[in-house]
Design a protein around this ligand. Structure first.
Ligand code: ACM
Ligand code: ZN
Length: 569
């Protein structure tokens, strides 16, 4: 090799070493475009986090980033407004000169040796630019205090019965600086709805636990948490007009002594005050996560009927409890809509989920009021009666400027465009989804075959905590979710709002357990919802994930360690 060639190679090697350790950064979800630069930027306790003044949500985005950097560096960093050109050594979040084509959640991020600029048309994009910056830094950037029993810094009072119940207690200590490689990233999500569902109606989670869950979602650019607040087993939200729905309240469940004895296996109480729910919404809003409340109706309603028995069907002169409300009685609508009126004050979400799945319609055929209603409205069968009920609730929500969401049963019973259908019955509901798309109906894709996080993650059942049913949803299976059916792609792809995975609560026993079931599959889901399909590969994801797990360790996220079955083929 001649001398000149040697010199050129040497320079190239130095430049390579200065880049991201010679490799593409392990960002999850995978960004649209990464261009590596030379050198690095040091984040230290002296680094300023600045944002252009005037937008309170941009201040939230900057505040969150500053808060995480403070945890990592062990010294308080505050975000400050600034309208002058950023001083050298600062991290700036701004909408100035942002490319409008990046949309409401997109951003560009430039890390140079002398500073970082995140430009985003809207604050959500700036927030996600901040999350990417944290992932460019070493795993310590995800450092957070120990979390036990769902309460930050809390004490563990019972021995975890199974390995999956053990919290992943972070041991990382604060670092003096974070080295971030110089890079330019331009990024925006593929879908606007990137969600998870959690189910406190089956196993109650405290508000602190829900907040912790939301925080971990934000670190993965997941932006929608559906909370299954009601079911046969329990009605969780306090309704001031209907105290009978939360009988726990009467039993003095807020007694400090009972609360002190609460463990993550035995919550002292199983309802949320409206104040607590509002505090959750405020916490999530600062992390750009929308809380979608789900109030099950007309099915999955045994707990509702325990508190409001007058909404049951009437068979042979007797009020029946069962699991479904009576769609024949006018008072059913009055009471449910009155309940919604209160809840709409708590939940600002545009989308309000009414479930409407798995409704057996057990008494509807025999009920005097249902029969009367069907005759008066020219309804032929109980499936149409289900459609009538959903239609009325949808119209009611529209008068309040909200949009009804329901599981794909609402598509089967004839919900009109204007309501969003959530696809879950893989295969069985395909024809309803296709028909709904022809009617211009919006959809969220949450197929059982990829998105049910209460199913075990490995066929090796001996090593896994019990999951729901016999099915297995591996990490790869979640990753392989392609949310866009071909027939919608060719006609109107905008109809698919996005993706969601559901963690039903029947088999969940502890907060570490729900994290174990959620991660790392939620990392795969985040990529299915965010990243462009052309650049996605399971092998690439798996390689990045192995690095990402160190971040989860630093943040205290419990997760299932991938094994041989998860390796790319
Ligand atoms: C569902 O899993 N019943 C939506
Ligand atoms: Zn009835």
């Amino acid at each position: 090799m001649n001398k000149t060639l040697k010199a050129v190679l040497f320079v190239a090697l130095i430049a390579q070493a200065a880049r991201v350790g010679g490799a593409t950064p392990a960002i999850i979800p995978k960004p649209t475009k990464i261009t590596a630069g030379d050198g690095a930027f040091q984040i230290t306790p002296k680094t300023k986090v600045l944002y252009t003044a005037g937008d309170s949500m941009l201040a939230d985005a900057a505040g969150y980033l500053a808060g995480r950097l403070s945890l990592a560096l062990g010294e308080k960093i505050t975000a400050a407004p600034s309208n002058s050109a950023p001083a050298s050594g600062a991290i700036l979040l701004t909408a100035t000169q942002a490319d409008a084509k990046l949309g409401p959640e997109g951003y560009s991020l430039t890390v140079a040796r002398n500073g970082v600029i995140i430009r985003a048309p809207k604050p959500a994009g700036a927030f996600y630019g901040g999350i990417t910056l944290l992932q460019l830094a070493p795993p310590a950037a995800f450092r957070a205090p120990a979390m036990v029993e769902g309460v930050l810094g809390g004490k563990q009072t019972v021995k975890p019965p199974r390995p999956c119940d053990e919290p992943n207690i972070p041991t990382a200590r604060p670092v003096s600086s974070l080295t971030v490689p110089c890079v330019t990233i331009v990024d925006k999500p593929r879908f606007q709805w990137r969600g998870l569902l959690i189910d406190p109606a089956r196993h109650f989670w405290t508000i602190d636990e829900l907040k912790q869950y939301v925080d971990y979602m934000a670190l993965h650019k997941l932006n929608s948490l559906q909370i299954h607040l009601t079911d046969h087993q329990n009605w969780c939200p306090e309704i001031l007009k209907r105290p009978a729905l939360t009988p726990d309240k009467k039993r003095n469940a807020d007694d400090p002594e009972r609360l002190a004895k609460q463990t993550y296996h035995k919550p002292a109480r199983r309802y949320y005050t409206q104040k607590e729910l509002k505090s959750l919404v405020a916490f999530a809003t600062k992390r750009f996560v929308n809380i979608v409340p789900e109030f099950e109706m007309p099915g999955h309603s045994a707990a509702f009927l325990r508190g409001c028995p007058e909404c049951g069907c009437t068979v042979e002169g007797k009020l029946m409890r069962g699991g479904e409300v009576c769609p024949g009685k006018e008072k059913t609508y009055k009471i449910l809509q009155g309940m919604l009126d209160e809840m709409l004050e708590v939940f600002p979400s545009k989308y309000i989920h009414i479930g409407a799945d798995e409704c057996s319609k057990r008494y509807w055929r025999k009920c005097a009021d249902c029969k009367k209603r069907m005759e008066a409205e020219g309804i032929k069968d109980v499936t149409q009666l289900h459609g009538y009920f959903v239609g009325r609730m949808s119209k009611y929500l529209q008068t309040k400027s909200r949009t009804l969401v329901g599981w794909d049963e609402i598509l089967e019973s004839g919900a009109k465009a204007g309501a969003v259908g959530m696809y879950w019955r893989s295969g069985r509901a395909d024809k309803h989804v296709e028909m709904a798309s022809k009617n211009g109906q919006y959809l969220v894709m949450s197929p059982t075959a990829h998105c049910y996080f209460d199913y075990v993650q490995s066929p090796d059942r001996k090593s896994e905590p019990q999951g729901f049913g016999r099915s297995v949803i591996t990490l790869r299976r979640t990753y392989e979710l392609e949310p866009m059916p071909d027939y919608i792609k060719q006609t109107n792809p905008k109809l698919v709002l996005g993706v969601q995975a559901n963690l039903w609560g029947e088999r969940m026993k502890s907060f570490p357990h729900i994290l174990y079931m959620t991660y790392p599959r939620a990392c795969a889901l985040s990529e299915a919802g965010w990243s462009a399909p052309e650049g996605r590969s399971y092998a690439g994801f798996h390689a990045r994930l192995l690095k990402h797990l160190k971040r989860l360790d630093a943040a205290g996220v419990n997760y299932r360690q991938p094994t041989d079955i998860d390796k790319p083929k």
